[in-house]
Ligand binder design. Sequence first.
Ligand code: CDP
Length: 252
Amino acid sequence: MGSVGAKEVPQLLDAQGKRIDGRGLEELRPLSIEAGVLRRADGSARVEWGDNKVLAAVYGPREVHPRHLQQPNKAVVQCRYNMASFSVDERKRPGLDRRSQEISKVISEAFESVLFVEEYPRTSIDIYIEVLQANAGTRCAGVVAASVALADAGIPMVDLVPAVAVGKIGGQIALDLKKEEDNYGEADLPMALVPRSGRLVLLQMEGHMTHEELKRALDLGVRGCQEIYQKQKEALRTRYRLEAPAPTEVEA
Ligand code: CDP
């Protein structure tokens, strides 16, 4: 531990360049994704990623609530990101705070740009993200879960959307920050990508890095997203392989 003022700051990289959980700089935390976990939703997914546990449920296209949000020429995409009171160390006050509202807004906008919203005028596509356990990167885990849930619901979209936070810790660019790295690192940069086109649909940054570091961080994030993308596709394959009807025998 080092100390800054009265605060004890953990050493984020050891002499070998390993992180506090033993990972290398370009390594993701363990990630598991399951599609179709909730019976009442049109589509759903569960993501466990390091110490994050996130559920996504999707409905639609369906009637818009509240009605005045209805758009004559396209579907509205309404995301509600919610962090459970018991998901963090210090009990979070229940309900939508400013942080949840901001995250809900950026995720809604990210998905509006990948869903074929013009095909479904006067409807709503509703995405619920519930964070049950949090350890940094929950907005990205939410995006990963929501895009699998949207595919599970059969809602047409350009591509699945993988997401990950890259950042700077101990002077180095690192993939997929955990809580201590997010808290005590120099920068945190969550991003979400449309792999097919290479288009970024969510990009935020807290902290500081140089232009050169930013380029390296984006490259590393894109590579991380490719890895996550494979796991998203695998989750959907597993879901539909299990549910596929047995092939019927063809009579000679
Ligand atoms: O979760 P994400 O990295 O997308 O968002 P953040 O605002 O950078 O939050 C980083 C982490 O701080 C969260 O994942 C939680 O682990 C923690 N946090 C918390 O303990 N209490 C809050 N009210 C908000 C966040």
